[in-house]
Design a protein around this ligand. Sequence first.
Ligand code: GCB
Length: 614
Amino acid sequence: MKTYKIAFLAIFLSISFLSAQEDLITNIDSRKKVSLNGTWNYIIDPYNTGFLDYHLKERQEDDREAYWQDPTIKDKTERIEHGYQMPYTIQVPGDWNSQDEKFLYYEGTVWYQRNFDLDVAQDERVYLYFGAVNYETHVYLNGKKLGTHNGGFTAFNFEIPKDVLKEKDNFLVVMVNNTRKKNEIPSLNLDWWNFGGITRNVSLVIVPEKFIQSYSINLDQDQDIQSSKKRNRFKIEGTVHLNKPVPFSIVTVEIPALKLHEEYKVEGDSCRFNFEVKDLKLWAPGSPKLYQVAIRMGEEELKENIGFRKIETSGKDVLLNGEPIFLRGVCIHEEIPQDMRRAYSREDALTLLGWAVDLNANMVRLAHYPHNENMVKIADSLGLMVWSEIPVYWALNFESDEVLKNAKTQLEEMISRDKNRASVVIWSVGNETPVSATRTEFMKELIFKSKELDDTRLVSAALQVHNIDGTFIIDDPLGEFTDIVSVNEYLGWYGGLPDDAQTAKWEVTYDKPLFFSETGAGAKGGFHADKTTRWSEEYQAWFFEEQIKMMKRMPDNYCGIAPWILTDFRSPRRNNPEYQEGWNRKGLIDDKGNKKEAFYVLEDYYDEIEARQD
Ligand code: GCB
């Protein structure tokens, strides 16, 4: 009987998720909005008492015991067993784990609550926008459910129906559950901390009745960029999507610095445009030119700084604006190690990407999930190319259609938010997923989906590599479908010693650019010994010296490298009590923000490559 009830609940929940998603509103920064960041109240609810009744059925909307209900008692006879008040407060945005010791290892449900007032005009619509919440989210306003969302690292929004919104004292409740589950993405096993909570900004976004939901504008990738440069004529194209069809409307596209002002007629709920400009400075590391672009419809005006560039592969090369470019990368987790917390702010992005610039990187791999929007915006302005990925990581349930659907939704949400970021040059659809026919089909679908949603970028994934008698073989069948063949490799850390790299051979089945999406070794910051001593800074530096020598022997399709990883990061898989204590120590920078010796080894390598390319 019990089994039956749980199965019923699972079916019910998955049906309710299916109807939950609404199209993402993009360029939030340029819209009329009210921030809901700040202090919220919370209840920790490990048994899901606020959500399920004692027979494990989802509570009725008007159930007074549901935690989305305002607990203020109506009369003194009333029994209420929940409440939102001091001292149970928490900061938004922010993971819960770093805010109070009792949350450090917590995986389960936490209810967030706050009130707000809002005065809007009759002809305005109001959306509730979340930058990201990890992982499962149910949102309620004034006792009514607005929607649900699954996925910990992408933005989503729900429209607030007019009859639910009040001018004063709106009672907003967000249920967040970060339990890892077999059929979710990521799944049960991760090498990072499962930070829970409302980890990014929350805002009320106020838009006109008919409004621009999203738009894209980019350099037309089909043009021969060398001849565009010669002719000093560059083709730009784009689309604008409205929230609903309109009978007669004009969209204006303006780039004042290029003296461009064009008007286009909307057909139904969208319009496509293309035009030519001259004297365009292309976006590139070293010259990350951004133009202010304004998109207008009626009274509504959206402005944003946007760069224009072309990314492509040609045989064994990656070409940026028609010229071969070597990717001097570094992997980054969205974490500030000194505070043991998720990064979310502009300042955090400046800290992390500032370190990448110190390393003389021209590229960052944002591992292993889409990072907050500040990261890609700052990357745009600093001139760092970005690899952005969805958390299709290690073993997922590749058999499940629901899991595939979820992966596609996360991919779509990632692309919707960042499609106007020139810095983003690679979408990655997964990391080290175990080879099987089913998995390859699954991943292939994601690659096709990514191309269908956005054909202005490259697609990759960290593929599987295997070693036979000292030869690394890259023949993962997924390599046939990615634009770049990428692998993670740890010779001298997970097998052998660093100098084994001297005799290692590489065989790559695919005639495509080859990228090392990870390589690294652990070292505890400040621990010094001779170079053969594990965990010493010297060992890690030696590891990279040998790796660099090996890289220099790579065939000419070697197009770049992203060492693992910029900073030490938290991981419950790392339990060596002397050197790890819950930290993955492969950072080039330690948990106090100090650069380890290996940082300088890589910096020298990147300086050398840069000097060679100039
Ligand atoms: C990998 C994974 C990464 C791990 C890293 C490690 O291959 O992609 O998530 O953290 O190795 O440190 O073992």
